[in-house]
Ligand binder design. Structure first.
Ligand code: B12
Ligand code: SF4
Length: 604
């Protein structure tokens, strides 16, 4: 480990003391080895805002003493180039009195983080890495694995768990030059009531596309999905911010012209204070005239919670994200996603549609019973029978921090060693019914099977019938339908105008010569923008056609109210043996519960 200067060495007499914190939310590499970076990213990262807020709070309270200012810089690498040379120069000018925090580092961002950390450590700058990779690995394994060891060998400090209530200690240790190799709070998660709230300065937010920001109203989910990392990192207990805190976050942003929010709770429906929070937002909207709007993530049983959908609507929720994951009950069972009942899917979607809220759903490809043919058929069934707007696809991925990853690693199953690929967009393990090439082809095809011109028109017609803003929806469909084919990244990793630098290539790959890199980059730039323009024109024409027919009533099979006959007629319920069994099971439960005492809906 490199020696760290003592505070006395770092401060010359008579010079104002400044403790410098540079926070970097790293991106990761695309398949050609270049950092994924955009002129504008879609929204600020809540991980960065959370850590920034905590350090800013330390600065306000002057926790390093009255004579030491804390200076914080926040860099989101998805929209800003990380100039390691400049960070080194600025830190050196400050006698390395400070640290670089690599924030919210996901597994796919971990290799990039080490590449950023290496020259910083060589220059003697303290570096701390926090986020889901470190937390997930330390939550699931007692031993430090080789990837975390590589960071420790460089003298990087690892932070596992959540920083609320811990930042003073880390800051003081960093200022004293006594950072520990590991801070492990994964088994001691903080309460969030009255915790410091996320915040990012305006210059950081302005590098994103619009007036949208993110915050978490709570953390944790009670369910037990085996591919999930959240339950092992953030726990299964609902920890949440108070309604007062949520109001404070909303007001602070609203004052700066930000009125659209993505509440990042993985399952807001299981936030124990969802109703208190919605009630407060309803008051802000209906009494104080604050036109705030939200995207929230919920589960497939949320419509059964009394008042949930109605209050969501009044609270300004305009979109929801649901982890639909699959329509084959055997697959859902294999992933321990028992709360997803195909017999409830249509009820749930129609409940949201009835109040004019759009639905995004995630669909996972590569569950144990999937074949290329069954998955293709399942997508067609969804298009015909489910009133869904935006569907996005992922590979089933054993993410570090999940039960699936632990099980595979423990039994020594083959797992792709390149963490950069753990982004839900790569096939990383062998599949029983598909070769790697078939699985990858299925993933690429899935987007074009769902987003055909005809189905885009159907989605818009349905949405118009439910009173949804179809121009906005058309823009989002453009983003989701084209991201993979044009930008070769998942829409959630996308942004506005891709930027690339010749020097920002994975060190394992050679730097391309100028004569090769720049012409290819320019051609790629032109071709991509021509394709975006063509796709946008196509979708715009569909939008115009649909908008013109607004007086003509529209109805199709997916929009029909749920009826008893559905289980006999819809393919969703008849497409395979396990679907039929799920229907029989639901019928039995219904008979028992309508004749016996009323059951209580339990979470898991
Ligand atoms: C919001 C969100 C997004 C947003 C915004 C990104 C963001 N991070 O805010 C969007 C939609 C863009 C997104 C995209 C993706 N995401 Co995402 N996302 C989330 C989500 C739901 C919330 C993130 C969050 O705010 N958490 C709360 C913060 C406070 O927690 P935290 O980051 O762990 O930070 C705390 C501690 O770790 C610690 N800490 C963190 N950093 C540091 C640094 C220092 C110095 C210290 C002291 C402490 C510290 O203190 C923090 C405060 O307590 C998480 C799930 C989750 N519940 O976290 C998934 C999650 C992080 N995403 C994930 C993935 C895979 C992705 C994508 C790759 C998906 C895709 N293929 O497109 C992309 C990557 C794009 C990108 N550039 O980030 C995975 C990562 C899993 C893993 N093991 O790597 C998660 C965990 C979800 C999952 N499926 O398991 N995501
Ligand atoms: S519903 Fe499942 S996947 Fe979603 S957060 Fe809860 S446990 Fe994780």
């Amino acid at each position: 480990m490199l020696p760290v200067q003592s505070p006395e060495q770092r401060t010359e007499p008579g010079v104002a003391r400044k403790f410098r914190v540079v926070l970097v939310k790293p991106s990761h590499y695309d398949d050609d080895g270049y950092v994924i970076r955009w002129y504008r990213s879609p929204m600020p990262a809540n991980s960065l805002a959370s850590v920034y807020g905590l350090i800013d709070d330390c600065a306000q309270r002057r926790i390093l003493g009255p004579d030491i200012d804390i200076d914080i810089v926040a860099i989101d690498e998805t929209n800003t180039r990380v100039r390691v040379d400049r960070i080194i120069a600025e830190m050196r000018a400050n006698n390395n009195f400070g640290f670089v925090g690599l924030v919210g580092v996901q597994s796919n961002q971990y290799p990039r983080s080490l590449h950023i950390a290496k020259p910083l450590r060589a220059a003697g700058i303290p570096v701390i890495i926090g986020g889901f990779h470190v937390s997930g690995m330390l939550a699931m394994f007692d031993n430090i694995g080789p990837d975390l060891q590589e960071a420790l060998d460089m003298g990087v400090t690892l932070f596992a768990g959540e920083a609320e209530g811990r930042m003073d200690e880390v800051m003081r240790d960093a200022a004293a030059g006594t950072l520990k190799p590991v801070y492990n709070y994964i088994n001691d998660l903080p309460a969030l009531e009255d915790a410091v709230t996320p915040f990012l300065p305006g210059n950081s937010v302005r590098k994103t596309i619009g007036n949208v920001t993110t915050f978490d109203a709570g953390r944790g989910c009670p369910f037990q999905c085996s591919f999930c990392t959240i339950i092992n990192v953030q726990g299964r207990k609902s920890r949440r911010r108070s309604a007062d805190d949520v109001e404070r976050i909303l007001r602070k942003n609203y004052e700066h012209g930000i009125d659209r929010f993505f509440i990042t709770d993985d399952n807001f429906a299981r936030n124990k204070d969802w109703e208190l929070i919605f009630d407060r937002i309803i008051k802000l909207r209906e009494e104080d005239g604050m036109d705030v709007r939200f995207l929230i993530q919920v589960d497939t049983l949320c419509h059964k919670i009394p008042n949930f959908v109605a209050k969501a609507k009044r609270a300004g929720v305009t979109r929801i994200f649901i982890g639909l994951e699959n329509i084959n009950p055997d697959n859902l069972l294999a992933a321990k996603k028992r709360q997803n009942k195909i017999t409830e899917y249509r009820n749930m979607l129609l409940a949201w549609k009835a109040v004019g809220i759009w639905t995004y759903a995630g669909y996972i490809l590569g569950f144990p019973n999937d074949t290329p043919e069954s998955a293709r058929r399942d997508i067609e069934i969804i298009k015909k029978e489910m009133p869904l707007d935006v569907l996005e696809f992922f590979f089933l991925t054993p993410l570090p921090g999940s039960e699936d990853h632990k099980a595979l690693r423990t039994k020594g199953a083959p797992l792709d060693p390149d963490l950069n690929k753990y982004d839900l967009e790569h096939a990383l393990t062998p599949h029983a019914h598909m070769t790697k090439a078939e699985w990858e082809k299925l993933y690429r095809d899935a987007w074009s099977i769902y987003y055909t011109p005809a189905h885009i028109e159907t989605i818009l017609r349905r949405a118009q019938a439910y009173g949804i803003n179809i121009l906005r929806l058309a823009q989002i469909i453009l983003w989701f339908a084209q991201s993979l084919s044009i930008e070769r990244v998942h829409p959630l990793q996308g942004g506005f105008v891709r930027l690339k630098t010749r020097h920002e290539r994975r060190p394992e790959l050679p730097m391309e010569p100028m004569w090769k890199f720049y012409p290819a980059y320019a051609a790629e730039f032109l071709i991509k923008h021509a394709r975006v323009a063509a796709a946008a024109f196509g979708i715009y024409r569909t939008y115009r056609r649909v908008a013109k027919s607004s007086q003509v009533p529209y109805m199709d099979q997916a929009m029909q109210p749920v009826s008893e006959d559905d289980t006999q007629t819809l393919e969703l319920f008849t497409h395979n043996q396990s679907a039929r069994e799920a229907v029989d099971h639901a019928k039995k439960v219904k008979t028992l519960t309508t004749t016996g005492p009323a059951p209580t809906e339990t979470a898991a």
